[in-house]
Design a binder for this molecule. Structure first.
Ligand code: TYD
Length: 223
């Protein structure tokens, strides 16, 4: 039996995580690997409530530390109640964002305490990390325009991050690239400014090769 895999999609707003998610799902399906698709903040009823509080136009103003802790609260619920049980039952997990988002947005983007985010992840979440993170890398000038268009088209009230300054989004991008460079074996960085077929093909090729190496391996993989 194929061992279950935990794959996370990351990137700045409007980078095209949806396209990457489609490729991952196709590969899981081709290999007849059962999987769930989930997201952060969210993924549990409690987390989805937190998502509305954090991302909606509620007028709430969060202190940096509060925002970090609420993102982490959503993650504790998610890892304990959804991610770990599914992996233990042999089901792979495709997750839209994880702790890399807190590091990139609340850490690098808002220039918040990165060491605190890392310690909180260890203490509260147990330090669990995905097998692989796919980072969709794009110039925020392009990504934010795409994201705003989509929010308008879908009439979704989750645009709090998209409204922040371009310098913020540039720091988020640099943050992701730094995180990936520090642990290249667990990251695939994809240039998401190209056409959809080109992005799909690159992800598909690199992910297929990576899955083959994982399925050959029996060693414990996370933490
Ligand atoms: P998402 O729904 O993926 O939005 P998009 O498709 O526009 O990228 O993510 C929602 C927002 O939540 C996104 O702006 C990033 C933000 N976020 C954080 O700031 N910190 C976090 O820890 C997480 C999980 C998300």
């Amino acid at each position: 039996m194929n061992k279950p895999l935990w794959i996370v999609l990351e990137g700045g707003d409007g980078a095209g995580k949806g396209i990457a998610g489609g490729v991952v799902q196709d590969l899981f399906n081709d290999r007849q690997m059962p999987f769930i698709k989930t997201r952060e903040p969210g993924g549990t009823p409690e987390g989805e409530d937190l998502r509305r509080m954090l991302l909606g136009e509620s007028g709430h103003v969060w202190e940096k530390t509060s925002e970090i802790m609420l993102m982490t609260t959503s993650r504790v619920q998610h890892v304990s109640r959804v991610i770990r049980p599914h992996l233990a039952a042999g089901t792979s997990v495709l997750c839209d964002r994880y702790v890399h988002s807190t590091l990139a947005y609340q850490g690098y983007g808002h220039e918040g305490p990165i060491d605190f985010i890392e310690r909180l992840h260890q203490e509260a979440v147990g330090g669990d990390m995905p097998d692989l993170t796919i980072i969709l890398d794009i110039d925020p000038e392009i990504g934010i325009a795409r994201a705003k268009r989509r929010l308008e088209e879908d009439c979704v009230d989750e645009g709090r991050m998209e409204g922040l300054a371009m310098e913020f989004h540039q720091r988020v991008r640099r943050g992701y690239l730094t995180i990936a460079a520090n642990d290249p074996a667990r990251h695939i960085v994809v240039d998401a400014s190209r056409s959809i077929p080109e992005v799909r093909e690159e992800i598909s090729n690199r992910l297929s090769a990576w899955i083959e190496t994982q399925q050959g391996r029996t060693a414990p993989r996370r933490k």
